[in-house]
Design a binder for this molecule. Sequence first.
Ligand code: ADP
Ligand code: MG
Length: 195
Amino acid sequence: MKLELAAAKKWIDLFVQQLENQQTTLNELDTAIGDGDHGTNMKRGAIAIGESFEKKNPENLADLYKATAFAMIQKVGGASGPLYGTAFLDMSKAVKSENIELADLIQIGTDGLKRRGESDVGMKTMIDVWQPVSDALAANKFDQAVIDSALESVKGLVATKGRASYLEEKSKGHIDPGAQSSAYLFIALLEVMGE
Ligand code: ADP
Ligand code: MG
């Protein structure tokens, strides 16, 4: 399936809403294995996305993903800002000339994360949610269970990238904050796909 502009806009709006509501949860996850700011960072980004859409309503998919990327890059900060920013910027470039399949779009975002983060699956990062979602979309098997089981798997991993990697074995047993914020992104996606 392909996501048209109205549905894609709703997807990002729902993500923004969720980030505004879940600041505390994300900060708590980051307090356990990082520096406690992921919720604050993402909420700042969410507000910036909302302001950007208000200032200029995106006229096409490329604009929508680009505005999302710029808000993330400029306002989120930390490691996650440039990572989400790169994913959405790559997605924006990919839909520039024509709309593409959702599975391909999410894989392009995932590849952007890997390139920017010099990371891959299994390192206990947001990639451990993006990649399984992308795979499930490609196999036409994307549902809530995919997100739930990705988060469950992330919990068991030892972090080898990002701040959590300083904890080595002690990072085990915790959900990675970036994986959780990405889970919110894909819960929002499921919601618009169901309409
Ligand atoms: P910071 O770690 O600078 O405080 P945040 O707390 O906002 O930034 O974001 C942390 C999240 O970023 C982690 O939970 C992880 O998902 C993600 N992350 C950090 N480094 C990488 C990396 N190299 N590749 C992919 N994701 C990463
Ligand atoms: Mg942090």
